[in-house]
Design a protein. Sequence first.
Length: 153
Amino acid sequence: MIFVKESIKFLMILFHIKQILSGVVERMRKIILSSMVFVGLVVTGAMVQGSGDLVRLASKQEALSQDIGKVYRMQDGSSLRTMIKSIKSGQKILRARVDNPELRNLLTYLNVCLNELEKVAQRPYTSMNAEKVLELSHSLSEGSRYIVASLKR
């Protein structure tokens, strides 16, 4: 009988430890994700201010676009909004500095995708919304990849 009581106490302690560790892991995941977004913002700002290298800025836009689906799946709304703002500011810089009419039109389309993504990101997480986010992030990524290739020419 004593063994059963001790076993139950031990299992309850293990359960509480699991809950504590789950919370720690979740907080660490959010810290790491926020750090990734912050570094992306810092790198984007430094690239534009320092070198003015549009190719690297467009490459960064592509990388951020690819990460949007992952962030949405983690249901981390604040990081997603930060990423969208970062992409929008990068698009604004590209639009101001790119002369090519074809690329400017593509940037306009990508802005429409970003606006739609912003709307979907504010909705609750569902598989349908997740699918829409993935479609939009893919469009943003492909568009950014095309811009990178065009700027390299």
